[in-house]
Design a protein around this ligand. Structure first.
Ligand SMILES: *Cc1c(COP(=O)(O)O)cnc(C)c1O
Length: 380
């Protein structure tokens, strides 16, 4: 028997408390019970998003939440700035292209980040820009973008800042109101320790003002319509009832630990993972601030990273992830977000040593584990 372990950068493991909560019989969504449940969840989501704005849950994957944020705030003929340095950043470009908007494309090589100064210059040169689209944690490269500085730039401009926080909500600090981010969107299957199937969108007043004049087509994802129901703790269409029940439990668990402690835990797990892989002589893919959600690692020279994934899976029943698009074969990604703890990192590193040895690489057994333990042994 090989115990299955999900260590991909999403979807992530779901704690038994949440699984058990979700195993309850389905309740109808037009009932007082659902309204009470939804009231609790709405309040909890505001605390997680660190905002006084409404957070709207949608039955969709994270990309659905990206699209909802996009079509509700933008109009035909609008110019948007896409700030991208990875696969998820590319998704914004693809979306803006699909909807026929004018695009100002600010890119950095994968593994890097676009400096806020470049955004400031672009907005100065193009006062007509309506929105800036970016990621907080870029899951394809393992980089955390400096959205706080991006927000400092957009605050003084008519453009709204739309941040994809799918792999940072409940992982890295992202105080929406304090930083002045106009739209934060996320999904259920990363930091929130839930199955895939929920997206979330939060819009501040500046973003809702754009929504009032937005002309891009929308029906299922019409957030202004959805919000009318939300105000009464109701939903417009059938919600993902079980995942909403799970969400109430996940919020309870996050708040029992304390949001600040949750961020600290992710930071420790990420530092230990980085120390571990570096102790094995491997190179991190992130050349800018690394994300606390996952660690992207370059495969050793001459080794196809897909072989590393396959060995994790076949020899150890552990799922990790590889490189996407042009990074396929070059890197592998270890997730340590959501329901992840110190000994999950130890297991991932111990398995990595066995995997590398199996692929004929020289390995100092215990070297990565020792480096991670040293981080965990540090006080606070
Ligand atoms: C996971 C993820 C998404 C959403 O992907 P879906 O497959 O649509 O849920 C979007 N952005 C980032 C940064 C992600 O990590």
């Amino acid at each position: 028997m090989k115990k299955y372990q999900l260590m991909a950068p999403g979807p992530t493991p779901v704690p038994s408390e949440v699984l058990l909560a979700m195993a309850q019989p389905i309740i109808h969504h037009r009932t007082p019970q659902y309204e009470r449940l939804f009231g609790d969840v709405r309040a909890g989501l505001k605390r997680l998003f660190q905002t006084s704005a409404d957070v709207l849950p949608l039955a969709c994957s994270g990309t659905g939440a990206m699209e909802a944020a996009f079509v509700n705030t933008l109009s035909a003929g609008d110019t948007v700035v896409v700030v991208r340095a990875g696969k998820f950043g590319d998704r914004w470009l693809e979306m803006a292209t699909a909807y026929g908007l004018d695009i100002i494309d600010l890119t950095a090589p994968f593994g890097h980040s676009v400096p806020a100064e470049r955004l400031a210059e672009a907005l100065k040169a193009h006062p007509n820009v309506k929105a800036v689209l970016t990621q907080h944690s870029e899951s394809s490269t393992g980089v955390l973008h400096d959205v706080r500085s991006y927000a400092a730039v957009t605050r003084g401009h008519d453009a709204i800042l739309i941040v994809d926080a799918v792999s940072s909500l409940g992982i890295a600090d992202l105080p929406m109101d304090a930083w002045g981010i106009d739209v934060v969107l996320s999904g259920s299957q990363k930091g929130l320790m839930l199955p895939p199937g929920l997206g979330f969108c939060a819009l501040n007043d500046k973003a809702w003002a754009k929504a009032r004049t937005s002309t891009l087509p929308k029906f299922y994802f019409n957030l202004a319509e959805e919000r009318k129901f939300l105000m009464r703790n109701e939903v417009r269409f059938t919600p993902a009832v079980s995942i909403i029940v799970g969400l109430r439990e996940a919020i309870r668990m996050i708040e029992a630990e304390g949001l600040a402690n949750v961020f600290k835990r992710h930071d420790r797990l990420a530092r230990a993972t980085r120390a571990g892989v570096e102790a094995l002589g491997l190179e991190l893919f992130a050349k800018a601030t690394p994300s606390p959600a996952l660690t992207a690692v370059m495969a050793p020279r001459g080794v196809d990273s897909e072989k590393i994934l396959a060995a994790y899976s076949q020899s150890h029943n552990i799922t990790i992830a590889g490189g996407q698009a042009e990074m396929k074969g070059q890197l592998f990604r270890l997730g340590h977000m959501g329901y992840a703890a110190e000994f999950d990192v130890i297991a991932a590193l111990a398995a990595l040593e066995l995997v590398l040895a199996d692929l004929g690489q020289p390995v100092d057994f215990g070297g990565s584990v020792r480096a991670a333990q040293k981080i965990f042994a540090e006080k606070s």
